[in-house]
Ligand binder design. Structure first.
Ligand code: ZN
Length: 537
């Protein structure tokens, strides 16, 4: 891999008074030493950036280290409309929006009946829907020795950051209470992951209680909020089942899940001998407890507060351990999230004294759609509506010689009248709108691939939840769900809090610049030069 010119320049300029030929030689050796041998890419599922400020005083571990000593962008965004886990993870290391990765929603994410899991009956999964390349592909194109390990509680959290690359990819199968992978990646589990599983840590936690890390007075949030957890088990302590298998399936909703994932990541790093050079390797970790805790108890809960503190401590221990076994000066970290989350509307209303936005219910509109299709004599499959996206099979209309446009317009008009619905947009009209001042339009345009059959998109009122939702929600194009932290730390990174707007799709091109490699396709993101030690150049 060629040493990037900017590294050489940065090193040479730091040596005033040294003869030029010696300076160049020293600079070259320093540049070799400084080029990272390991990228650690952390995705925290459902992490809002305001958590890092809200509880900053109590952060002492990894979140403190990264946000205070790294380049921290608190105003970063997943700049697409369906702020779900699969599209968010697909954007982290591809540098591209969902319209280009092809990963549009969770329900069309990684499930693939042709890729069953090796050791469990959890859903079969592969990245076959993913389009294009990611950071690990560019790294391997520059140096074929580069390797990656990706690990998560969730299949989509482990798979999508690496795109289609057949590297070491593992996730936690709830039904088995252990880490596994799918046939897309291999036919046998390596001995190190079998060793992790053989310890049966999840099962050994049966009967254990999740209690507060700090004294209760350190948590301003009320504990007893019946809105949380569907009205059951919403007060500390939260105790796992005494049955080992059930405890293992309950584990993802507790902070223990992230510790298990981080421990497995370290064990994998050592077993695979990643990060020793001379090539650069990649360790991708997606931590899911924040998402499970956030859904169950909400972003304003005492549970989320405690979970983030415990995540901070677990990440701190992880980084300390990593620095004991690898040279810290050769590691660059990135941390971001796949999406944020919206507060329970009724709890916001209690705090502000204003009426909550109405919960929206599209079931009557679905009945209207069925009536319209029946009257027109078109099959029920000709239009699919999942509550957000309206997909149209135009060939089904053509077969019976019917123009679908008036029918779709009538359906859209019905939807627009529903309480809690802000707008229903025809996709082909979006490109004519002002994408600068209208982020909802921009985020929809970033969402949909050009070859999609999605013709209308439905956007709820800001802050509104679907009728009947018992858990905290994300998935909307609004900032509560779209805004996430973006942090870089370590080799090649200039520390500082940078309030400029940044996008998650900027992460991959920025890391590529740090590594001195070139992405080999057109990206949506840009290099965040202000985060780099050689950024002024
Ligand atoms: Zn998620």
């Amino acid at each position: 891999m060629p040493i990037s010119r900017s590294w050489l320049l940065a090193a040479a300029l730091a040596l005033p008074g040294v003869p030029q030929h010696r300076a160049t030689a020293q600079a070259a050796s320093r540049a070799v030493a400084a080029r990272p041998r390991l990228v650690v890419f952390l995705t925290v599922d459902q992490l809002r950036p305001d958590y890092l400020d809200r509880w900053a005083r109590q952060l002492t571990g990894g979140l403190a280290r990264l946000s205070q000593r790294g380049a921290f962008f608190p105003n970063a965004y997943q700049d697409h409309a369906i702020t779900e886990t699969a599209p968010g993870h697909a954007s982290t290391m591809s540098g591209r929006f969902p319209r280009s990765t092809g990963i549009v929603r969770n329900s069309a994410g990684v499930e693939d009946p042709q890729a069953p899991l090796l050791t469990s009956r959890d859903p079969a999964a592969s990245p076959y829907r993913f389009r294009g390349s990611t950071l690990i592909d560019w790294m391997r194109s520059s140096d074929p020795r580069s390797r990656a390990l990706s690990i998560s509680r969730k299949d989509r959290g482990a798979i999508l950051p690496l795109g289609r690359a057949k590297q070491s990819v593992f996730w936690y199968a709830t039904s088995a209470g252990e880490f596994t992978t799918s046939r897309y990646y291999g036919d046998t589990l390596p001995s190190w992951i079998r060793r992790v599983n053989a310890r049966r840590v999840p099962q050994s936690l049966a009967g254990q209680s999740w209690t507060l890390l700090l004294p209760a007075r350190e948590y301003p949030e009320p504990d007893s909020v019946p809105q949380e957890s569907g009205g059951r088990d919403f007060v500390f302590p939260h105790t796992l089942s005494t049955d080992p298998a059930r405890a293992a399936s309950e584990l993802p909703s507790t902070p223990w899940m992230d510790r298990l994932t981080l421990d497995a990541a370290l064990e994998g790093l050592q077993a695979l001998d990643l990060g020793r050079g001379p090539q650069t390797d990649l360790l991708a970790i997606s931590l899911s407890a924040t998402d499970y805790v956030g859904h169950r108890y909400g972003p304003d809960s005492r549970e989320q507060h405690d979970n983030v503190l415990r995540l901070d401590r677990a990440l701190g221990a992880f980084i300390d351990s990593l620095f004991r076994i690898r040279d810290s000066s050769t590691i660059v970290f990135a941390l971001t999230a796949d999406h944020g989350v919206t507060s329970f509307p009724e709890l916001v209303a209690q705090r502000t004294g204003r009426a909550p936005p109405p919960r929206y219910d599209v079931s009557t509109a679905m009945r209207t759609l069925r009536d319209l299709l029946q009257t027109a004599g078109v099959g029920m499959d000709a239009v699919d509506f999942d509550g957000t996206l309206v997909s149209v099979d135009r060939s089904a209309f053509a077969r019976v010689r019917i123009d679908p446009d008036p029918l779709l317009a009538r359906f859209a008009a019905t939807l627009r009248q529903r309480p809690g619905i802000a707008r229903v947009d025809r996709v082909r009209d979006l490109a004519q709108r002002d994408t600068l001042r209208d982020p909802v339009t921009r985020r929809w345009l970033h969402m949909l691939p050009p070859d999609t059959n999605i013709e209308y998109v439905v956007t709820p009122v800001q802050g509104a939840y679907p009728a009947g939702a018992q858990i905290a929600e994300h998935g909307s194009p609004y900032d509560d769900d779209a805004r996430v932290p973006l942090i870089f730390y370590g080799a090649g990174i200039r520390p500082g809090r940078i309030v400029d707007r940044a996008l998650v799709v900027d992460a991959a091109p920025t890391l590529a610049r740090v590594l001195g490699i070139t992405p080999f396709e057109r990206l949506d993101g840009h290099v965040l030069s202000r985060a780099l030690t050689d950024g002024a150049r």
